[in-house]
Design a protein around this ligand. Structure first.
Ligand code: C2E
Ligand code: MG
Ligand code: MG
Length: 574
C-alpha cells in the first residue's frame, strides 16, 4: 500500500500516542499521521487535506463522534474511511454511528494492535469499494441524463429540469424561452465526411452554444442534430430573439474539423412562456412548430411561435395525413395532356399529370401537394404509382389503338425520386415487365431540381444509357448555365408556360422564348412549348422554330376515358 494519510482525533493524549504507535509500527502499510484533540480542529483541517482514514474517539469535547460525522458530511467529505473508538458496553452507539456513515468501530479497552490494524485495513478496503460503487452509480446517472457527445442534457433530463424551471416561472412570474434548434444540411456532413466528422462537428456546435448561453440556461441535445435550449429569466421574450440571432450567426460561421472546412447553419424556433403556452408539452410543441416555419422560410433564420402558425401547421399536418392515405384510398388519378408537332398539328405524345381527389377539399392541384409529398418523403410511393399507372395505361392505348405506335409519354419526376437509389432498377424492371420500349418514355425534371442537386446528373446518364428520353421542364425558371446544359444527357427543353403567356405583351418574354429556342437548336435539343393558349402564341412559336408544344389551345388535360375517345376519334388535321 502507498503512504496512507491518517488523522487521529482524541482529547486524551495517552490514547493518541497509543494509536499512533500501533499505526506507525505495523509492517502492513506506512503512514503519515496528524493528531488533533478536538472535532472543531479536525473540521477545519479536513477541507484542506485529503485523509485516507480518520480515527476518532466517540467522546469528544463539545461534540460526539456521530455529530462529527454529520458535520463532516456537510463539508462534502464522504470518501474517507472513519474508525470510531468506543468504550466497552457502548456497542449500541457504535452500530448507530455506522448507520450515520462510520465505516467501522473498535472497542478501546484492551485494544489489540493486530486487531486494530486489521480493522483499519478492512475499513479502508470497504470504503474503497463503496467509493467505486458510488462512482459507477454517478456515471450511470450521468449516462442516463446526459448526452455523451456534447455533455448537454438528454431529453429526459431536460424535461425534468424544464418542468422545475417552468413551475418556478409560474410562481415568480418569470419569462422563459424555449429555443428549438435544428442544424441545416447536417445529414450531408455525415454523408460526405463520415460520422466521426459529424460527431466532431456536433461537439463544436455545442461549444459555440455554450459560449453564447449562460451557465444557468438549460441545454439539451435531443436527437441527431436537434438541440433544445431553455433560456431562464428573460426580461421580455424579445430577449430570446437576441440569443436566437446570435446562435444563427455563430453556427453559420465555418467549422474547421480535422482538415475540413464545413459550413452548416441553424434554424431556430422560439416559444416563450407565458405567451406561447402554459404547459411544457405545449411549449415544446410550439417551439417545434416555429422551427418548422423557420425551415420553411429557407433555413438559417429564427421564428417565433404564433397562433396563426399553429393553425397553418395543423392544416399542413392534416394535409400530410390525408396524403398518406391517398394511395390506399385510390384518391389519385392521372390526366393526360396531348402534345403536338406545332407546324403540322399532329399529335406526337402526351404528358401524364397527377390529380388528387381529396375526400373533403375536392380536387387539389399538384402545385399544392407535390411540395408536401416531397418534403415528407411520400413522393417516392406516389411517384412510383404515377410511373406504373401512366406506363401501363400508355401501353394499353398502344395496343388498342395502333396509331399510338408513334407516340411518346412524358412523366414528371421530382428530384427526390431521382435521388432514390432504387429508381433506376425499378423503372427498368417496370418497362421490361409491361414490355414498353424505354425510348417511348420521356422523364421530365424541372430545371430548378437539377440546379439544386448536382448529384442527380450521374443518374441522368444512367437513365439515358437505358434509352429513356430526358426533358428539362419549366426551362428558363431555374438558372442552369449553358456550359452545364451542354454536358447534361438530355433530349429536350420545355419552355415554361409563364414565358409563353407573356409572348403577346411582354418584350422580355419574347426575347426569352427566342433565346430558349435558339439554345435548343444549338445543342440539338427538341424544344417543347408549354401553356399554348392562343393562335398568336402558336404562330410566334412556329415562326421562330419551336417544334412541339401543348396547351389549352390544343387540348386541356384529359381523363383516361376522354383520352381514349380523343385517340379513337383523332384525325390528323393536315
Ligand atoms: P408541368 O409539368 O410544367 O405541367 C404543366 C402544367 O401546365 C400542368 O399543370 C398543366 O395542367 C398546365 N397547363 C397545361 N396547358 C396549359 C395552358 O394552356 N395554360 C396554362 N396556364 N396551364 C396549362 P398541373 O397539372 O397543375 O401540374 C402542375 C405541376 O405539378 C406540373 O408542372 C409538374 O411540375 C407537377 N406535376 C404534375 N404531375 C406530377 C407528377 O406526377 N409527378 C411530379 N413529380 N410532379 C407532377
Ligand atoms: Mg411537366
Ligand atoms: Mg412545366
Amino acid at each position: 500500500m502507498n503512504l496512507l494519510n491518517f488523522l487521529i482525533i482524541d482529547d486524551d493524549v495517552v490514547d493518541r500516542v497509543h494509536y499512533r504507535r500501533i499505526i506507525s509500527q505495523t509492517q502492513q502499510f506506512s503512514a503519515k499521521i496528524t493528531e488533533v484533540d478536538s472535532a472543531e480542529q479536525a473540521l477545519t483541517l479536513c477541507p484542506q487535506e485529503k485523509f485516507d482514514c480518520i480515527i476518532l474517539d466517540y467522546h469528544l469535547p463539545g461534540m460526539n463522534g456521530i455529530e462529527f460525522v454529520r458535520e463532516l458530511k456537510k463539508i462534502g467529505n464522504n470518501n474517507v474511511s472513519l474508525i470510531m473508538l468506543t468504550g466497552q458496553g457502548n456497542e449500541n452507539i457504535a452500530v448507530n454511528a455506522m448507520k450515520e456513515g462510520i465505516t467501522d468501530y473498535v472497542i478501546k479497552n484492551d485494544l489489540d494492535p493486530d486487531y486494530f490494524v486489521d480493522t483499519i485495513i478492512k475499513s479502508m478496503q470497504k470504503k474503497l469499494q463503496e467509493n467505486k460503487l458510488q462512482e459507477q452509480e454517478e456515471q450511470l446517472k450521468h449516462f442516463a441524463y446526459f448526452d455523451n457527445l456534447t455533455g448537454f442534457m438528454n431529453r429526459y433530463a431536460f424535461e425534468e429540469a424544464a418542468l422545475r424551471t417552468l413551475s418556478e416561472a409560474k410562481r415568480f412570474h418569470n419569462v422563459i424561452g424555449f429555443l428549438y434548434i435544428d442544424l441545416d444540411h447536417f445529414k450531408n456532413v455525415n454523408d460526405i465526411f463520415g460520422h466521426a466528422v459529424g460527431d466532431a462537428l456536433l461537439e463544436e456546435v455545442a461549444n459555440r452554444l455554450r459560449k453564447i448561453l449562460r451557465e444557468e440556461d438549460l441545454k439539451a441535445r435531443i436527437g441527431g442534430d436537434e438541440f433544445i435550449i431553455l433560456l431562464t429569466r428573460l426580461k421580455t421574450i424579445d430577449d430570446a430573439a437576441i440569443v436566437a440571432n446570435k446562435i444563427v450567426e455563430q453556427i453559420a460561421l465555418p467549422f474547421q474539423i480535422a482538415s475540413h472546412v464545413i459550413f452548416v447553419g441553424a434554424s431556430v424556433g422560439i416559444a416563450g412562456y407565458p405567451e406561447s403556452g402554459g404547459s411544457l408539452v405545449e411549449l415544446l410543441k410550439n417551439a417545434d412548430v416555429a422551427l418548422y416555419r423557420a425551415k420553411d422560410l429557407g433555413r438559417g433564420v429564427f421564428t417565433f411561435f404564433s397562433e396563426d402558425l399553429r393553425l397553418v401547421h395543423e392544416k399542413r399536418l392534416n394535409f400530410e395525413q390525408a396524403l398518406h392515405r391517398a394511395i390506399a384510398n385510390e384518391e389519385f388519378f392521372l390526366v393526360y395532356q396531348p402534345q403536338f408537332e406545332l407546324a403540322t398539328r399532329k399529335i406526337i405524345g402526351m404528358e401524364a399529370l397527377l390529380r388528387w381527389h381529396h375526400p373533403e377539399l375536392g380536387l387539389v392541384s399538384p402545385d399544392q401537394f407535390i411540395p408536401i409529398a416531397e418534403e415528407s418523403g411520400l413522393i417516392i410511393p406516389i411517384g412510383r404509382w404515377v410511373l406504373e399507372t401512366a406506363c401501363k395505361q400508355f401501353k394499353k392505348w398502344s395496343q388498342e389503338i395502333s396509331m399510338m405506335l408513334q407516340l411518346n409519354i412524358a412523366i414528371n419526376l421530382s428530384p427526390k425520386e431521382l435521388s432514390n437509389p432504387l429508381f433506376l432498377v425499378s423503372i427498368q424492371k417496370l418497362l421490361i415487365e409491361i414490355d414498353l420500349p424505354p425510348e417511348r418514355v420521356s422523364l421530365e425534371i424541372t430545371e430548378s431540381a437539377l440546379v439544386q442537386n448536382i448529384q442527380n446528373e450521374g443518374i441522368l446518364t444512367k437513365l439515358r444509357a437505358i434509352r429513356l428520353q430526358l426533358s428539362i421542364d419549366d426551362f428558363g425558371k431555374g438558372s442552369s448555365s449553358l456550359s452545364r446544359l451542354k454536358k447534361l444527357p438530355i433530349n429536350s427543353l420545355k419552355i415554361d408556360a409563364s414565358f409563353v403567356e407573356g409572348l403577346e405583351a411582354e418584350k422580355a418574354d419574347v426575347a426569352i422564348v427566342k433565346y430558349i429556342i435558339n439554345i435548343g437548336k444549338e445543342l440539338d435539343l427538341t424544344v417543347v412549348a408549354e401553356g399554348i393558349e392562343t393562335e398568336t402564341q402558336l404562330k410566334f412559336l412556329i415562326e421562330h422554330g419551336c417544334v412541339a408544344g401543348q396547351g389549352f389551345y390544343f387540348s386541356y388535360p384529359l381523363t383516361e376515358k376522354e383520352m381514349t375517345e380523343f385517340l379513337i376519334n383523332y384525325v390528323p388535321s393536315i
